[in-house]
Design a protein around this ligand. Structure first.
Ligand SMILES: [Zn+2]
Length: 102
């Protein structure tokens, strides 16, 4: 335990608002003399380039999943209206999105 951590909570220390106590991945890691707080990405030795590629992939996947749900909702609404042709178009589109993410 460093002195910094005595006599108050972490929140009260103001460190949570200090960007110097965060690693490049946005994980709070404290100061070098404080408790050994770990960041998964730092621990794994993942380069910033690989980490950014991971973030881009996650975003792409999240967007595609959102789009997939949208298309399936549209397909369901079309089916409720009895519009089979439109429903099939939405399902085909959803199928393409599905292939992109999995
Ligand atoms: Zn990190």
């Amino acid at each position: 335990m460093s002195e910094d951590w005595e006599g108050g909570t972490l929140e009260e220390s103001g460190k949570l608002e200090n960007p110097n106590y965060y690693c490049s991945h946005g994980t709070f890691v404290g100061d070098p003399y404080g408790p050994d707080l770990m960041c998964f990405w730092c621990e794994m030795g993942v380069s910033d380039e690989d980490y950014n590629a991971h973030l881009r992939w996650e975003k792409l996947r999240a967007d595609a999943k959102w789009g997939l749900r949208e298309e399936l909702d549209r397909a369901e609404a079309a089916l409720d209206r009895g519009d089979w042709m439109k429903a099939k178009r939405y399902i085909d589109s959803a199928s393409l999105l599905h292939k992109r993410i999995y």
